[in-house]
Design a binder for this molecule. Structure first.
Ligand code: G
Ligand code: G
Ligand code: MN
Ligand code: NA
Length: 251
């Protein structure tokens, strides 16, 4: 057997599903958004983590097809939640660099949003610093997304190599502080976190702290006026039904 064939058949055989993790507004203690994360349960390999299968999807040129499937599912789910009166402000979806640079990316997105009848302002895409390294090309795509009112979030922020002058001129809505910095809130960790928060403040970007697991971490981030948080402290990523229950039971 070949893993490539397994992956090629996985979509058709319903082996992918999407889980959602809440993003909390730290000022108001409300759920403001959700991050959608892809999961693969293979009958042969069992649960394969995204850190392993996403690079394979990229290598086998399947990432755009699967990525579009994710966007489609997620936009329809969000629309259904909104119709049911669930007041999420954003739904966040990870987009791989290859998918982002595909010439029909924005056009596909428009079509997906249109078919789901979802207001584009509800969608936020998450890209990493690595995705926007080649500035000229990325800037054009980002402006195109912005002109459609789609939100843009920089994921794993602080771990890449994007220069600060780039960031200043790009239409970015959100910075997500990488969880490695939250995990180590020693003196150095605190300096890094505080610097990202004040940068967000100055550049008018929302700042999310990822990987919050403890009350101590939460208290520190609140004290520093970090806008939003995400992590096991509230919930691990869970399926759509459980997520809906989680929202209904929150607080
Ligand atoms: O929880 P977790 O193991 O799901 O996520 C690991 C990594 O996999 C994250 O860094 C995330 O960016 C990536 N990932 C998860 N879901 C998706 C997806 O739908 N598309 C892309 N491109 N990456 C994803
Ligand atoms: O896209 P991104 O790289 O940010 O993916 C988020 C990843 O972080 C997912 O794999 C998710 O399961 C994981 N994650 C979310 N909350 C926590 C947390 O509190 N602690 C740890 N260790 N991982 C988390
Ligand atoms: Mn992410
Ligand atoms: Na991250």
């Amino acid at each position: 057997y070949k893993i490539e064939n397994e992956l090629r058949n996985a979509l058709r055989n319903n082996q992918f599903h999407i889980v959602y993790q809440p993003i909390i507004n730290l000022t108001h203690n409300t759920i403001s958004a959700a991050e959608a994360l892809l999961r693969w349960e293979s009958p042969i390999l069992g649960h394969v983590p995204p850190s392993e299968f996403i690079p394979l999807l990229e290598e086998f040129d399947l990432i755009t097809e699967i990525g579009n499937w994710v966007l489609q599912k997620v936009c329809c789910q969000m629309k259904s939640w909104l119709i049911q009166g669930i007041k999420l402000k954003r739904i966040c979806v990870n987009v791989s660099p290859i998918q982002f640079k595909d010439t029909s990316f924005v056009k596909n997105l428009e079509k997906i949003l249109d078919e789901a009848r979802l207001d584009p302002a509800y969608l936020e895409i998450e890209i990493t610093e690595g995705t926007i390294l080649d500035m000229k090309e990325s800037e054009k795509i980002l402006r195109d997304l912005k002109s459609h009112k789609i939100g843009i979030s920089i994921d794993d922020f602080g771990t890449g190599y994007s220069s600060l002058s780039y960031l200043k001129q790009l239409p970015i809505d959100t910075l997500k502080i990488d969880k490695s910095f939250i995990k180590e809130l020693d003196l150095d960790g605190k300096v890094i976190v505080n610097t990202i928060i004040s940068m967000g403040e100055h550049l008018n970007h929302r700042v999310i702290a990822e990987g919050i697991e403890t009350k101590e971490q939460l208290d520190y981030l609140k004290q520093q006026n970090c806008h939003e948080g995400q992590g096991f402290y509230w919930s691990k990523p869970i399926n759509a039904d459980r997520f809906q229950k989680y929202i209904e039971d929150f607080k």
